[in-house]
Structure formats: structure tokens, C-alpha cells
Design a protein around this ligand. Structure first.
Ligand SMILES: *[C@@H]1O[C@H](CO)[C@@H](O)[C@H](O)[C@H]1NC(C)=O
Ligand SMILES: *[C@@H]1O[C@H](CO)[C@@H](O)[C@H](O)[C@H]1NC(C)=O
Ligand SMILES: *[C@@H]1O[C@H](CO)[C@@H](O)[C@H](O)[C@H]1NC(C)=O
Ligand SMILES: *[C@@H]1O[C@H](CO)[C@@H](O)[C@H](O)[C@H]1NC(C)=O
Ligand SMILES: *[C@@H]1O[C@H](CO)[C@@H](O)[C@H](O)[C@H]1NC(C)=O
Ligand SMILES: *[C@@H]1O[C@H](CO)[C@@H](O)[C@H](O)[C@H]1NC(C)=O
Length: 390
């Protein structure tokens, strides 16, 4: 049966393409280069190179590795953090890629932080260990709005709070959470802090970021929150290792529904029930299933890539991190680079921020908002690194 061979080949090929995909470059998300340059100071550069070259072979504990290089005033503090669920090889792959990528993106800066889906790398000339970052939090949110945003938000709030409570209680500072939005849809959430943070700081980092969700991302059914000290991600499809399979998206038809309008069972069923036809049907449906799965995962990926960058810290985003940070920058040339349209971001930021604008701070405008627990956001602007990293 040559047709069978064709399906087999097809199957093997699609499996192969899935496995090779896992070896690809990490999925770049965002980076920040501090604007204080080291003017190619030889000492600093040497220390930086030494720091970065130690990363790929370093033994991470709980996915985290921190070290310093050199002496004051040219000392560098650096760490990397891998997502809590990724394998050691994926972690190493991501970190190795990041060490090369970050110096291309921030060639002369003393401080930098770069995020990928699988890992995060950061260095600075200041001590950055065991302290909450003072950098602004970035929101990369899916462009799709959920079909039932109110229900989605309710489920999300409960699930994310559960995840935070779980994460702060373990040394790894990492937790995942699944929750049913409806019978056929599941929310998948992941939260993580750098494990050098105290559980109190981790809690604060995540809760302030999550508190922004109703404002930045109401009803959006996918997104990532990026802070150098903590991050989280939520999707309506499984995206981390160890996630349970998604619930069925189609309703199975009962045999009764095959009754034709006249009320009699369709006559073709017994006729078609020969062995070969059943075999053919099985092959055909598995073929259709494979196609469906591929298209589905492609769709999910497309959706996850269609993200907007929201910067709650200020409308100064467009000036501060201009196009050069986003376009044609990925050295690996991978298609996985999220395309982010600045005009959309600007519109979105404007849309949800203008009416809440309070005034200008050191970093740009300060916005007023209300956290889920009723606290005003303007107050939380003072907390390090969250809304307004002045
Ligand atoms: C760099 O930061 C300083 C303040 O820290 C600011 O005055 C200056 O405009 C910034 N430069 C650029 C190019 O953004
Ligand atoms: C590099 O840093 C050291 C220590 O701060 C300083 O003495 C030296 O002048 C700097 N070199 C340059 C080229 O800026
Ligand atoms: C890191 O490990 C690889 C392979 O194990 C080795 O080839 C390389 O020399 C090591 N690098 C350092 C800096 O130790
Ligand atoms: C890593 O961070 C911890 C926690 O702040 C700190 O105690 C330790 O000295 C750091 N390690 C290095 C090599 O700097
Ligand atoms: C880090 O570098 C900046 C810019 O050169 C400098 O102003 C600051 O004092 C340095 N911080 C430390 C702790 O060396
Ligand atoms: C979601 O619903 C399914 C049944 O529809 C159930 O088996 C599963 O335990 C639920 N998951 C959660 C996290 O509540």
C-alpha cells in the first residue's frame, strides 16, 4: 500500500521537523541596554568577556547562576536564569546564545538585560543580587482578546495568585498553574522570580506585575510580563514542559446525530463498513488529525508571536526604545522574532493610559490606576522596578 508509505514518511518527517525545532535558537523577546557606555574601557570589556564566557559551562542551581568578574570600579555582576521547566540542555543552549547575542545588541553598555522565552541574562556594574530590579516592567501581550474576557479575567486572577503563593514558598521561586476557563478551554500560567530574592521580594515583584493585568491586558488571552527580577506568562495552550494536554476542542457527535432528516439511519453506513474502507478512513482521519494539529500549533504559535509591547512606565517608550531595538535586529535571522508594530503599541499605550495620566516623573509620565486589591497604582510606582523605575 504505497499510500500507507506516503503517510508514514509524512509522519516521520513531521516528527523530525518537531524535534529539530527544539534545537533552534531561543525565542528572543526583548532587551534593555543601559545608556551609560563603558566607552570600550579595556578593563571593563575584559571583565565582561570573562563573565560571559563563564556562563555556558556554569552549573546553575534552580536554573540560576550568578557571579562577578573583576575588581571595583570595573567589577561586573551578572546572572542568568532559565525558565523553571526547561531541560539543562535547553538552558545551556539559551544561555550560550544569549552571551553572544547580548554583546551584539548592547556592544558598549555597562548594564544590559535580555529576555528569551527560555532564559534571561543580566549584568551590571552595580550589585544586582538579592535585590529587586529598578528597571521598568515590560508587558508583551497577545493581540487576541478572549471570547469571554470577564470569565477569563476572573479565572486568571485566581490562578495567578495561586501560582504566586506556590512560587514564593519554594527555593526555586517557580510555579505553574492550570485552570479551566470553560469546559473546553484551559488557562496555563507560569510565574518565576530569580531565586536569590527573598520570598517577600518575589511576592511583591509578581503581585505588582499581576496587579497591572486588568489595566494592561484585560481579556487578552496570552502574554508575558518581563522584569529583570521576575516574570510570568499565561496562554490558553500548554507552553511549558509538564503541562497537561489541552482539553478537546471539538464536540464528538453521538451516533444518533447521524440520523438523516427522514428519521431513518443513513443506508451508506453498513455498505461502507468493509475492512478496507475502515482502514482508509482511519488513515485519512489520522492524516487529517496530523494536519489539524500542525495547523493548530502553527496558529497557536502565530498568536503567541503576535504581541504588543506595553510599557506602563510611560508613553516615552517610543522615544526611549526606538525602532532600532526591534527591527532587523535578531542576528540569528530566525522567523521567531516577534513583529511588534510601534504605532499599535503607541495607540494601545495611549488608549489605556491617557485618561489616567498624573504627571511627568524622572523616567516619563506617571499614571494612576487601581490595582485589583483597590490600591492606587501611583503608590506602587514608588516600589522599585515595577511601574515606574525612577
Ligand atoms: C541617558 O540617560 C540620561 C540620564 O540617566 C539622560 O539624560 C540621557 O538623555 C540618556 N541618553 C539617551 C541617548 O537616551
Ligand atoms: C577604565 O576604567 C579604569 C577604572 O575606572 C580607569 O582607570 C581607566 O581610565 C578607564 N579607561 C578608559 C579608557 O576609560
Ligand atoms: C565548556 O565546555 C565545553 C564542552 O564541555 C568545552 O569545549 C569548553 O572548552 C568549555 N569552556 C570553558 C570556558 O570551560
Ligand atoms: C550570588 O548571589 C548570592 C545572593 O545574593 C550571593 O550571596 C553570592 O555571593 C553571589 N555569588 C557570587 C559569586 O557573587
Ligand atoms: C556604574 O557606571 C555608571 C556609569 O559609568 C556610574 O555612574 C556608576 O557610578 C557605576 N556604579 C558603580 C557601582 O560602579
Ligand atoms: C478541568 O476540567 C476537567 C474536566 O472537564 C477536569 O478533569 C480537570 O481536573 C479540570 N482542571 C482543573 C485545573 O480544574
Amino acid at each position: 500500500m504505497s499510500c500507507f508509505r506516503f503517510f508514514l514518511t509524512f509522519f516521520v518527517l513531521s516528527l523530525l521537523s518537531l524535534t529539530t525545532e527544539a534545537q533552534n535558537n531561543p525565542n528572543y523577546l526583548y532587551h534593555i541596554c543601559d545608556n551609560t557606555t563603558f566607552i570600550r574601557n579595556r578593563t571593563y570589556q575584559t571583565n565582561l568577556n570573562r563573565l560571559l564566557s563563564a556562563f555556558p559551562n556554569a552549573t546553575a542551581i534552580n536554573g540560576f547562576y550568578n557571579t562577578t568578574s573583576g575588581e571595583e570600579p570595573n567589577r561586573i555582576y551578572g546572572f542568568f536564569l532559565c525558565r523553571g521547566d526547561v531541560l539543562t540542555t535547553t538552558c545551556r543552549n539559551c544561555v550560550t546564545f544569549a552571551t553572544g547575542d547580548v554583546i551584539q545588541k548592547c556592544p558598549v553598555e555597562k548594564e544590559a538585560v535580555i529576555w528569551y522565552d527560555e532564559c534571561l541574562l543580566r549584568y551590571s556594574n552595580k550589585s544586582i543580587f538579592s535585590t529587586l530590579s529598578e528597571m521598568e516592567t515590560k508587558y508583551l501581550v497577545g493581540v487576541q482578546t478572549d471570547t469571554d474576557p470577564i470569565q477569563f479575567n476572573e479565572v486568571q486572577k485566581v490562578a495567578m495568585n495561586d501560582a504566586v503563593a506556590q512560587a514564593v514558598s519554594v527555593a526555586k521561586r517557580f510555579a505553574t498553574k492550570e485552570a479551566n476557563i470553560s469546559r473546553f478551554r484551559t488557562l496555563y500560567g507560569l510565574v518565576q522570580c530569580t531565586p536569590d530574592l527573598s520570598s517577600k521580594d518575589c511576592d511583591r515583584c509578581l503581585r505588582v506585575a499581576i496587579g497591572e493585568l486588568p489595566k494592561c491586558c484585560f481579556g487578552r488571552n496570552g502574554g508575558r510580563v518581563l522584569n529583570p527580577s521576575c516574570f510570568f506568562r499565561f496562554e490558553i495552550y500548554p507552553f511549558y514542559n509538564g503541562a497537561s494536554a489541552p482539553p478537546p476542542t471539538t464536540v464528538t457527535t453521538s451516533p444518533d446525530s447521524m440520523v438523516n432528516p427522514n428519521g431513518s439511519k443513513p443506508r451508506w453506513i453498513p455498505i461502507a463498513a468493509s475492512l478496507s474502507a475502515v482502514l482508509g478512513l482511519a488513515l485519512l482521519s489520522s492524516f487529517a488529525f496530523v494536519i489539524w494539529r500542525m495547523r493548530k500549533s502553527q496558529e497557536d504559535k502565530e498568536n503567541s508571536r503576535k504581541v504588543q509591547l506595553l510599557d506602563l512606565g510611560g508613553g516615552n517608550f517610543v522615544n526611549e526604545y526606538s525602532n532600532e531595538n526591534f527591527h532587523g535586529e535578531r542576528v540569528g535571522g530566525s522567523q521567531e522574532f516577534p513583529s511588534i508594530q510601534l504605532d499599535i503599541i503607541h495607540a494601545a499605550t495611549k488608549h489605556f493610559c491617557d485618561e489616567n495620566r498624573l504627571g511627568e516623573g524622572g523616567f516619563g509620565p506617571v499614571y494612576k490606576g487601581t490595582l485589583t486589591d483597590g490600591k492606587e497604582i501611583a503608590e506602587s510606582c514608588k516600589t522599585p522596578g515595577m511601574l515606574h523605575g525612577g
